[in-house]
Every structure is written in structure tokens, then in C-alpha cells.
Design a binder for this molecule. Sequence first.
Ligand SMILES: NC(=O)c1ccc[n+]([C@@H]2O[C@H](COP(=O)([O-])OP(=O)(O)OC[C@H]3O[C@@H](n4cnc5c(N)ncnc54)[C@H](OP(=O)(O)O)[C@@H]3O)[C@@H](O)[C@H]2O)c1
Length: 282
Amino acid sequence: MIVVTGATGNVGRALVDQLTTADTPVRALVRDPRRAHLPTTAETTRLTVSADATDMTAQFDGADALFLHASATGEHTTAFLAAARTAGVQHVTVLSSIAVEDDPAHDTFIHTWHRTLEQDVRDSGLDWTFLRPGGFATNTLQWAWQIHDGDTVRGPYAKSVSTPIHEADIAAVARHSLLERHSGTAHVLTGPEAVTTEDQIAAIAHAIGRPLTYTEIPPHDVVPEMFPIIPADMVPGFVASLATTVDTAPPLTTTVQTVTGNPARTYAQWAQDHADDFRTQN
Ligand SMILES: NC(=O)c1ccc[n+]([C@@H]2O[C@H](COP(=O)([O-])OP(=O)(O)OC[C@H]3O[C@@H](n4cnc5c(N)ncnc54)[C@H](OP(=O)(O)O)[C@@H]3O)[C@@H](O)[C@H]2O)c1
């Protein structure tokens, strides 16, 4: 039995789908089971997080492995992992971030948050795998409202380059790591190719069968509404980081293919898979 936290999120939902499709017993721990809408072949149980590990052991009954999302445990990660271990869990795969590989001198919230989580997991006595993905393709869903409203997406740096990864590929690596126990391994994950912002808009246009234009605006004209998934106070820093990616060749990894045996999905594939998210809402 594999316990999945963050099971209604981008990666967790894909992981639950893949595990249930393969008939692997899975228990999704979610804050609101009525709103989770997960496959009926998964057990869906209310997440319990508490300072007292004894409050939390029951949710791991019969489980031997855990998928851990950084948001799931709040300030009680240590107790949560102790409860898992007490209940018989041996392995934890952590959805961390490529940001932990950044120079600590240029510390960011994301870096510190996931570094701390990884250290808590190392200290837990459980066997572990860390997944350190770069930017998710799902981040580009933040353009959906502009595409629902018209044929133009406005934003900065048309030539900024990224290596977006499909959530299903992160989930596939997670599944392998949980079933094969990739203990003591940190998997750095990227998509298969570097794409510009303009390339991504063109891929969405192709997927939805409608012409779209990316209109580059000066960085000082960016408004937080253009990046609805980013907290408003972090938008200036994000825009500054985009500037550093213009016409760069970011590092790519082949970890998805090495671990799963399948090439990582392209951004064009992701756009096809999510075309309905960009189609005009009726
Ligand atoms: N986006 C990127 O480019 C990127 C890149 C690298 C790493 N990451 C990391 O990946 C993670 C995001 O993954 P994702 O996109 O799959 O997640 P997501 O779609 O943002 O989903 C959030 C999940 O976290 C759970 N959650 C949120 N707040 C919670 C709370 N206070 N208590 C308990 N559960 C809570 C939700 O669970 P419920 O079902 O209970 O609501 C939901 O399943 C973050 O740690 C992020 O830093 C992201």
C-alpha cells in the first residue's frame, strides 16, 4: 500500500491515476475527501496532521511507502514521518524542487522550504528518494484566462527559455521510485527540450486550433494578474529571474527516460493533454 499526500495536486493526482491503473493499492490523504474526486479504486482518507505522532499513525495502517508533498505536513513534518515509520512505512519519496540545488548564498523561500523538508526526511530514519523537478508545464495554465478572453497573451520576455516538465512524467518517476525503492537517490527532473515562451504559446495555439499571439510588454508593466499562481509579492523576483533565461540554454536531464524507459513528454504533448483547459469556457 502506498500513501499519497498532495493527491489532488498536479503530480499527486497523476500518481494516484498511474498507481490505480496498475492495480497498486493506494491511499490518498486529502483535506476534504468529498471534494477530492479521485478514482474509486483508491482509498480516499481525510489527512490528519498534528504535533502528536500517535494521532497520525492510523492513516498509515498497512502502508509501506509514502509520497510526500511539501504542503501536506505544515510544521509537523517530523511527527508525521515518525507516525509513518511507527506504522510500518519504510520508504518516502519527496516532491522537492530543483531549487534545492541552487547556491545557498542566493537563498530563496522555495530553496529553504524544500531543503528543510529534505533534511527532516533524512533525519527521519526512513529510506528516501528526492524528486527535484524544474518548472512544471502546469505553470503555464496561468495564461488560460487571457486565452479564454481573446487571442493575445501579454507578458514579459517572449524569448525567455525554460524546460517545462509534464506532471505525468514526475508522477511516473515517483511511481518507479516508490515501487523499486530508489533509496538515497535525488532525481533531478526536467522536460526533454528547451522552449521559449513564444514556442509554448504556439504549442497551445496548435492544440486548441486557434491562432494566438504573445505580445511582449516591458517588465515594469507586468501586473500580478499575469501570474495568478505566484503570490503577488514574489512576482517582481520571478520576472527578474525570467530575464536571466532569455536566449540561454538551460541544463536538461534525461532522468525521466532513464527511470521510466519512456522519453519525457514534450511541451506540445502537454498542451494537447490540457487543450480543454485553454478552450473558451461556456
Ligand atoms: N510548479 C513548479 O514549477 C514546481 C517546480 C518544482 C517543484 N515544485 C514543488 O511541487 C509542489 C507543488 O506540486 P503540485 O503542483 O503537484 O501541487 P498543487 O497542484 O499545487 O497541489 C497542492 C496539493 O497540496 C495539498 N495542500 C496544499 N496546501 C495544503 C495544506 N495546507 N495542508 C495539506 N495539504 C495541502 C493539496 O491537498 P488537498 O487535496 O488536501 O487540498 C493539494 O493536493 C510544491 O512543493 C512546489 O514547490 C513546483
